[in-house]
Design a protein around this ligand. Sequence first.
Ligand SMILES: *[C@@H]1O[C@H](CO)[C@@H](O)[C@H](O)[C@H]1NC(C)=O
Ligand SMILES: *[C@@H]1O[C@H](CO)[C@@H](O)[C@H](O)[C@H]1NC(C)=O
Ligand SMILES: *[C@@H]1O[C@H](CO)[C@@H](O)[C@H](O)[C@H]1NC(C)=O
Ligand SMILES: *[C@@H]1O[C@H](CO)[C@@H](O)[C@H](O)[C@H]1NC(C)=O
Ligand SMILES: *[C@@H]1O[C@H](CO)[C@@H](O)[C@H](O)[C@H]1NC(C)=O
Ligand SMILES: *[C@@H]1O[C@H](CO)[C@@H](O)[C@H](O)[C@H]1NC(C)=O
Ligand SMILES: *[C@@H]1O[C@H](CO)[C@@H](O)[C@H](O)[C@H]1NC(C)=O
Ligand SMILES: *[C@@H]1O[C@H](CO)[C@@H](O)[C@H](O)[C@H]1NC(C)=O
Ligand SMILES: *[C@@H]1O[C@H](CO)[C@@H](O)[C@H](O)[C@H]1NC(C)=O
Ligand SMILES: *[C@@H]1O[C@H](CO)[C@@H](O)[C@H](O)[C@H]1NC(C)=O
Ligand SMILES: CC(=O)N[C@H]1CO[C@H](CO)[C@@H](O)[C@@H]1O
Ligand SMILES: [Cu+2]
Length: 604
Amino acid sequence: MPTIRCGLVFLALILCLVSWANGSDLRVRSTGNTVRFNVTLTWEDWAPAGVPRKMILMNGQFPGPALELRQGDDVEFLVINDTPANATVHFHGIEQLDTPWSDGTPGLSQRPIVPGGRFLYKWRALQYGSYFYHAHSRGQLEDGLYGPIYIRPDDSVEKPFNLITNSTSELQAMRAAEEKTSPVILADWRQLTSEELWHAEEATGLDAYCSNALLINGKGSIICPGAQAYNDLATAEQKQTLGNMSMTDIGCLPPTLVSGQGDFPHNYNAMPPSMFYGCTPGNGGSERFLVDPSAKYVSYDLISAAGVALLTFAIDQHPMYVYAIDGRYIEPKLVDAITIPNSNRFSVLVKLDKPAGDYTIRLADSGLTQILNMTATLTYDTPIKTQQGPSIATIDIHGALVSSNYTLLDETTVIPFPVEVPSLEVAQTHVLRIGHYNASYRWTMGNSSMPLSLEEASPLLFYPSTAQPDLTIATLNGSWVDLIFHVQGQIQPPHPIHKHSNKFFVIGQGNGTWNYSSVAEAMRYIPGSFNFINPQIRDTFTTPVSVTEDTWLALRYQVVNPGAFLLHCHIQVHLSGGMALAILDGVDEWPVIPEKYRIEAGAN
Ligand SMILES: *[C@@H]1O[C@H](CO)[C@@H](O)[C@H](O)[C@H]1NC(C)=O
Ligand SMILES: *[C@@H]1O[C@H](CO)[C@@H](O)[C@H](O)[C@H]1NC(C)=O
Ligand SMILES: *[C@@H]1O[C@H](CO)[C@@H](O)[C@H](O)[C@H]1NC(C)=O
Ligand SMILES: *[C@@H]1O[C@H](CO)[C@@H](O)[C@H](O)[C@H]1NC(C)=O
Ligand SMILES: *[C@@H]1O[C@H](CO)[C@@H](O)[C@H](O)[C@H]1NC(C)=O
Ligand SMILES: *[C@@H]1O[C@H](CO)[C@@H](O)[C@H](O)[C@H]1NC(C)=O
Ligand SMILES: *[C@@H]1O[C@H](CO)[C@@H](O)[C@H](O)[C@H]1NC(C)=O
Ligand SMILES: *[C@@H]1O[C@H](CO)[C@@H](O)[C@H](O)[C@H]1NC(C)=O
Ligand SMILES: *[C@@H]1O[C@H](CO)[C@@H](O)[C@H](O)[C@H]1NC(C)=O
Ligand SMILES: *[C@@H]1O[C@H](CO)[C@@H](O)[C@H](O)[C@H]1NC(C)=O
Ligand SMILES: CC(=O)N[C@H]1CO[C@H](CO)[C@@H](O)[C@@H]1O
Ligand SMILES: [Cu+2]
């Protein structure tokens, strides 16, 4: 049912707006149960892809231990920082309703946790589904600080499985598989630590768009077939971009391509090995997923913790029903492969109806800038194996389908379950330019570029008046806000735009210049580019890829949770390079901060 909301706005202007559900009806009451979780961060030698480097372990593990909750649980997540660097932990996709001090964003919701320090994050798991926790201090996501979160839905939440089948036994098997769902963490991996990488970007001026390996649940390997092998493997589009140049020996477009780096000064001599060139082979093993075919189905929560790579995932001979995205059900879609942008979560049901045996799981970098892949194995855990013949691939090393018999998830066809719609009226529209900013490795989202040093500034939740106007959006509680991302043409990857706090509606996207003052105006010229009927409800969504043309993405959300939250690109080097804005949501209803979270200027 629509509800009418009225608010007293600036200049005593009375604004009334009609709005429909915003997700609040999906929240449940507290279970009265508190889940306590301790994570100790250490800085250790480890070799996920077989080549040692220093990285962050969580309770001695990588990826971090899984946080398993029931919808409605209270969480007390204690982080003990035993590393030599500042750290924080963010709970990706968790809206932090009424707990903005537990969002884990340095400079916005807290001061960094200093070496030897600890911080207790307290929040309530009001939503269900697949999330993950990860580092939010500088580039530490790429030092391996991440682990899965799963929130079991409350019994009152309707499941979409009867859109797949009416068979009682099949439905039972699907529900049982979902009960036992397990995380599959997909990631890329670099040889350089995040600080070495940042210093290399500063020294060279280059945007570090190459990784060195792909990981599935923290395991990977590095094959070094040589630059010529990569030239031979290159797609037509990569060959066209290369011209007469060569791929690098780690499978990357060379940094000397102006189209990839923009027309800025560079010092190629300062490139450390492995940044663009320098392949070191290694073998960190490969994950094996044992499945019980008598269960009929298995459920996986695919989580992309990648820093830079756009990953495509497939299991040989096993199509997948995608049934939830970003921790929220959708109308299930049967596909053979899925492209998972950085920080998105796709939950899938896999039918176990093939001859008992081993099937290859394939993960590939499907971006233009690098050729890279990794495999794992799905093994039917039966006493007798009956598999005949080899495992048959669905995707190639580029993540492209090998045959037109297969389908890749088309995100534009995804329909949420249940459908909700946003308000048609908005109080604010922000058009945010996305592109390089004075250097290949510096980026903008709007008019300016957020410096890393602001992570050590007084957190905006406690000191909102210190916000820098050119790096801040301020909103009123209850109002609806449009965020339009205008990507400036030239080679740019899809930018996975993530908003902390509550989810947004993906209301439109397109190719070409955004030259409108509002969505309402654009609707008069390009109505086909918008969806107000069944728009996706997400916490991260990518801008359309830009090769030569400009592109744009329109997101709409309602302010429901006053606090200081970050809006940013989830490609880690883009975030470190400044592609971020602070959103001061609900400045008219700014929260009162509990005593134990209060901080004084200069204190921790
Ligand atoms: C977490 O650490 C605190 C402080 O060190 C300790 O009191 C508590 O028992 C630990 N809890 C768990 C679940 O390990
Ligand atoms: C389930 O049954 C209904 C009613 O008979 C039918 O309309 C629907 O198509 C069926 N759904 C599936 C997935 O078979
Ligand atoms: C590569 O092509 C560019 C023009 O596209 C040309 O200036 C350059 O000389 C060529 N280099 C080689 C090694 O052929
Ligand atoms: C990448 O894909 C190729 C071809 O499918 C395969 O031979 C190779 O083993 C894969 N690489 C890794 C590291 O799994
Ligand atoms: C595609 O499917 C058809 C019909 O099932 C089959 O005959 C053909 O061999 C398949 N092609 C490939 C490349 O798998
Ligand atoms: C850690 O953060 C504090 C601010 O809380 C800052 O003063 C200090 O310089 C930071 N240390 C490092 C190593 O970045
Ligand atoms: C960017 O600048 C324009 C023009 O001055 C202004 O209207 C807009 O609010 C600014 N946006 C941000 C996020 O600072
Ligand atoms: C903010 O607005 C939302 C939506 O109107 C409302 O549910 C919530 O209670 C408001 N919060 C505060 C602190 O006023
Ligand atoms: C934008 O153009 C590309 C081809 O360059 C096309 O594949 C894509 O569907 C277009 N996107 C939209 C949203 O129109
Ligand atoms: C810009 O907007 C006008 C209408 O405001 C439209 O006629 C024109 O085609 C648009 N140009 C581009 C490049 O999108
Ligand atoms: C310091 C500096 O050079 N700033 C420039 C960065 O780039 C923007 C636009 O891309 C210019 O407006 C600034 O002057
Ligand atoms: Cu980006």
